[in-house]
Design a binder for this molecule. Sequence first.
Ligand SMILES: Cc1cc2nc3c(=O)[nH]c(=O)nc-3n(C[C@H](O)[C@H](O)[C@H](O)COP(=O)(O)OP(=O)(O)OC[C@H]3O[C@@H](n4cnc5c(N)ncnc54)[C@H](O)[C@@H]3O)c2cc1C
Length: 457
Amino acid sequence: MSRKFHLLIAGGGASGALLALNLLRADAAKKWTITLAERSGHFGGGLAYGAHNRAHHLLNVRVKQLSCFADEPGHFHQFLASTARTVTPDDFVPRSYFGEYLAHCLQQAVQQSEGRLQLLHDEIISAVKHGDEIRCGTASGVDITATHLALACGNLLPAPPAAVSASSEVAAHQAYEKNPWHYDAFNHLPAQADVVLIGSGLTMADLVCELHSRGHKGKIISISPHGFLPAQHQPPQPAWPSFGDEMLAAGDLGTQLHIFRSQLEKAAAQGIGWTAVTDSLRPYLQKLWLQGNDGWRNDFMQHLRHLWGVARHRLPPATAAVVYECIARRQLTVAAGRITAIEAHAGLLHVHWQPRGSSETQTAIAAKVINCTGPSSKWLSEGNTLVKQMAAAGYIGYDRSALGLNANETGQLISANDEVQHNIIALGPMIRGVLWEITAVPEIRKQAEMLAETLCR
Ligand SMILES: Cc1cc2nc3c(=O)[nH]c(=O)nc-3n(C[C@H](O)[C@H](O)[C@H](O)COP(=O)(O)OP(=O)(O)OC[C@H]3O[C@@H](n4cnc5c(N)ncnc54)[C@H](O)[C@@H]3O)c2cc1C
C-alpha cells in the first residue's frame, strides 16, 4: 500500500487556497489529505481579497491572468459569468470578486474531495518536529499531526517609519494608523480634515480611492523618498519577444540595464509600449534575482527597486483616474521627501519633512497619518505566534537579503544554521527575499503548481 501524507497549511488566503487546490488536482494517486487552517474563518480572501475590500479596491491583474489553474485560463472569467457579472477577460475587477472565486473553488473542492480537503477555522500557533512528522497546536487547543507543513501566512503590517518609532506618543496617537488596510479608520474623520499618507505605492492609491468614495474634501499629501507614483496599466499590447536569456547571460546589472533600454527603444520604434517589454521579462525575474550575488542585489535594491516597482506594480486604469483627478483638483499632492519628525499636538499630528534635495523643513498638519510604506520583512521579530515559535525552535531564519524567510527555490524552509526543512515549506510573500517576484497571484499560482507537482512525485 502506498504511503499517505497529510499537509497542514497555515493560512487560508490566496496562497494557501492556491496550494490546496493545485495539490488536490495534481494528486491522481490520492495520497494526500490537506487541512487548510485560517484564523479568520474566511477562506480564500485573506488581506488582499477579503470582503473588507470595497468595490473601488480593484485587482491590478486582468481577469484572464487570474485563474486558479494554469491549464484553464478562463476559469475565473467563467466563475464571474456564472454570477451574472458582465466582465471581459481584460477587465480589472474588484479584489473581493477574486476572494469570492477562491472561496467558491475551495467549497467545490471540499465537496468533491471525499474528505481529502478540510477547512479548519483556527490559528496554527506551534509546530514541533517528531521524526518524519510535525506536531502542531492551534489557538483553540487542537493538536494536529501532519507529515508536511506549509506556511502561507501572507504579509506583515508595515514597519513603523523612524519618525514614528522615535516617539511612543506618536505611535499610540489616535491620529496615527499603523494598518493601512483598516479602512474603518476613516469612519469618524471629518470631511475637511487633512491626511498624510506615508508612501506613494498601490496602498496609497487604494487609500486615495477610499477617501474619494467617502466624498472626503480635506487635503491629502503623500510623502515618499522619490515621490514616484505607480505607472498605469496600458491597453493590452502585442507580446514582445523574450530577451530574458540575454539578460541572464549578461550577469552584471549595468549591462542588463543597457539591454533593457535598447529593447525599450526597439519596441518604441515599432510603436509598442514599454509595458510589453517589461511584461516579457516577468518570467525571468526570479531567475535574475536568484543568480544575482550580494553586490548585484544591493545595487538593485539601492538604485532600481523603486523604478522597477513603479513599472511592475501598476495601477488599474479606474484607480489611476481617481488618483489623477485628485491631483488635478489639487486635493492630492505626491511629494518626494524625507519625514524628519512627527509631533503630537492635541488631536493632530505635525509631520515635519524635507523635500528631496532641499534642507528646508516643511510641516503638514494632519488628523490622520497612515503608514503605507509596504509590508515589513521582520518576520522573526514581528511575525505571528507560529513563526516566532518556529524561529525559537531553530527551524527558520532570514534569507541572505533579509527580506523574508529563508528557503530553497522549491520553498522548503532553511534554518539559521542552513538546515533544509524537507517537510516544511512556505509560499507567497513570506519568501520574497528568496524569489523576489513572488507576491502577485500569477507567481504565487506558479509556485503552488510547482509545489503540488513536487509533493506528488
Ligand atoms: C491590499 C493588498 C492588495 C493586493 N492586490 C493584489 C492584486 O491586485 N494582484 C496581485 O497579484 N497581488 C496583489 N497583492 C499581493 C498579495 O501579496 C498576493 O496577491 C496574495 O494576496 C497573498 O496571499 P497570501 O495568502 O499569501 O496572504 P494573505 O492574503 O495575507 O493571507 C494570509 C492568511 O493567512 C492567515 N493566517 C496567518 N497566519 C495564520 C496562522 N498561523 N494560522 C491560520 N491562519 C493564518 C491570515 O488570517 C490571512 O487570511 C495585494 C496585497 C495586498 C496586501
